[in-house]
Design a protein around this ligand. Sequence first.
Ligand code: ADP
Length: 509
Amino acid sequence: MLYLLGIDIGTSGTKAVLVEEDGRVVASSYVEYPLSQPRQGWAEQDPEQWWQAVVAAVQAIWAKSGLDGRDVAGVGLSGQMHGAVVLDANYQVLRPAILWCDQRTGGECTWMYQEIGEEKLYQWTGNPALPGFTAPKLVWLRRHEPEIYNQIRHVLLPKDYIRFRLTGELATEVSDASGTLLLDVAARRWSGEMLAALDLPREWLPRVHESPEITGQITPEAAAATGLPAGTPVVGGGGDQAAGAVGTGIVEEGILSAALGTSGVVFAMTAKPSIQPGSTLHAFCHAVPGKWHLMGVMLAAGASLQWFRNQLGGEEIKEAAATGTDPYDLLTARAAEAGPGAEGLLFLPYLLGERTPHPDPAARGGFIGLTMRHRKGHLVRAVLEGVAFGLRDSLELLQQAGVKVEEIRVSGGGARSPLWRQILAGVFKHPVTTVNSTDGPAFGAALLAGVGAGIYPSVEAACRSTIKVTSRAEPVLSEVSAYDHLYALYKSLYPLLRDTMHDLTKLTE
Ligand code: ADP
């Protein structure tokens, strides 16, 4: 029997999964690490912590499975995107990595718009300049830490630093590289124009592969640390979104995904690079060779329900502790009694500001339409429906960009709720499904390793032979028309309330 190892270097921790050829997960492990916030809005991590976590997570896999690295046909990597790891001429890390969620580069993004202009940014990279992306971080280092900047000889993304430690190779792949703002996403290669405009040396960047390609082999030193035999192939892998999509089978047109974690992401594969200047959708290379993807990002999806549970679910938290149940299940049971539309109550889910379709950090949430008749179940129902409406905003943008929709696969903690899945089917007006694989990006990275190792002929074939639909919620006609009406009202609220939200945000600054 051959096995595949997927490793996902996340923001809170590193996950490793050992997968059999047929997709069965034999063992998984998770090792956490802290996030450092030296100043308000900054987010950094020490790449050495990632490496230590990778070593511990892989060793835990052998301990749990009773297997050892000799049975592993290939290793795939995935990880948090957009981070900047900077190395000197001796391949030493120069400073803590600046992460995707770090907000320090607003000024650099404004400078890039002034210097380069929106049109050229889209033409060269397919994307807008967002503070999370890698390129503005390098410009920030040049301006604020010139003594570090002058020593930089290599720039890597987080998972690619782990690749360097495992194989000694400086390499990346197209899906993660798309989030640097230095890749020509349409052409799937570094953008000479963008590098010239920012005055960044081409030699700093690693070579770019397609995601299932073999990028190197485990070195003897990495073998000693991890227990993986020297020579084991390591494939490109993918950024967490693209690898997660592979892990749920979002590799053909018509099947989209909606991830209902803390944030919400609606993701679609596209056969062509669907780049639309000014859009709030991200257009990146997919981990499927020669394919692209589009995605919309909602900031407070599961976070909205989590806020409700923490602030207003004290009763359910107590009852769940006493009965060994889950407070989320108790809350959604109340919502089920309330019925579609929550008796005319709408919830705006902008508790963390918003990204798609309103790129607005000062947006705020709220309940609209409260009456004395409303009970807690109605409030929960409105939260579930409001999050579904927020995701429909992204879905509609994708459809406007020409994406065909047949089925939407949901994943993340929110997908555990059958009620939330039924609401999503009604709001999306399409079947909502779940699949057997729940290990997300790490599982997708393992499948990519299987393609590179020759076990599956293609990424699509890997998904077909390992991923199965486990539940399906069909839209119910009466709910669809109720939600259509409510969605129109929901959509009208942000433009009406925008100035008020901004004034309220200013009051608390
Ligand atoms: P993360 O993005 O942090 O990895 P998860 O995918 O674990 O998040 O999702 C966490 C969210 O899932 C919670 O905030 C909550 O909204 C939702 N959730 C978890 N369990 C349930 C449940 N049983 N029913 C409904 N929602 C749930």
